[in-house]
Design a protein around this ligand. Sequence first.
Ligand code: PSU
Ligand code: MN
Length: 287
Amino acid sequence: MIELADEVRDARAVVALETTLVAHGFPRGEGTEVGLAAERAVREAGAIPATIGVLDGKIRVGLSADELGLFDQTARKAGPRDLAACAVQDAVGATTVGGTLAVCRVAGIRFMGTGGLGGVHRGFPHPPDVSADLGELARAQTLVVSAGIKSLLDVAATMELLETLGVPVLGFRTDELPLFYSARGGPPVPARVETAAEAAAVAGSHWELDGGGLLLAQSPPTSLDDVEPLIEKALAQAEREGVRGQAVTPFVLAFLHERSGGRTLAANRELVVANARLAAEVAVAAS
Ligand code: PSU
Ligand code: MN
């Protein structure tokens, strides 16, 4: 059911990339461009990109540009629980961070790049919405590079849960956890690393201890420090419209992209590519 592209199977350094942000994280058409830019960044750093998604009844690891274009708004959002049904029912399944990690666990892929990790949604336990990204991050022996935790979530609660799950959180040249759109204002990180090689060494040691996933948090290249009021508006609007579950994150991202006049869109695009590049540098250092 899992099919690896030839170049992924033969590669020494591989970086997994997700397809939910391609399908649901950007306006129509733009997600594909972001996905391709992330793949280019991985190659420039000397690694092979393995973009993961469900297509043609298979879980595909490594997609062509044309195949990537099939992951649009009509794709199902595929978290860990959705992979099997998507494959059996021949649906296009855009994998979340959690869904991608579930595949990495089986395929033995150790590094991944994304935008922002999912986590505990604000207002917990009403509803009790906790992203499946966290459970998979605890299980998979994969290091995920992100711009921290999306600030539309309850970041403090998510950090507590990561500690409970035994997930190391490394700040890349920062003492503060980045907040997706902004570099500053987050909680302190439990450990800071200065280089990709150091991150690779910590990951290797953690896996020697039979640990699971790690989060390597990198500040966004462009830091937007005035998004919080807009996030509150977006969450209130989602509430009014009865948006629930898997639909919340894409709804909020789309609202922000529109209402910020495209500023969050540009920032999000940039940070996804930067994280893919850093994930590749860590993968190369580890090989
Ligand atoms: N990072 C982005 N854009 C995104 C996401 C991450 O820059 O759209 C996606 C990831 O796929 C992540 C998902 O797994 O948001 C979290 O969704 P939820 O809160 O429903 O688990
Ligand atoms: Mn959720």
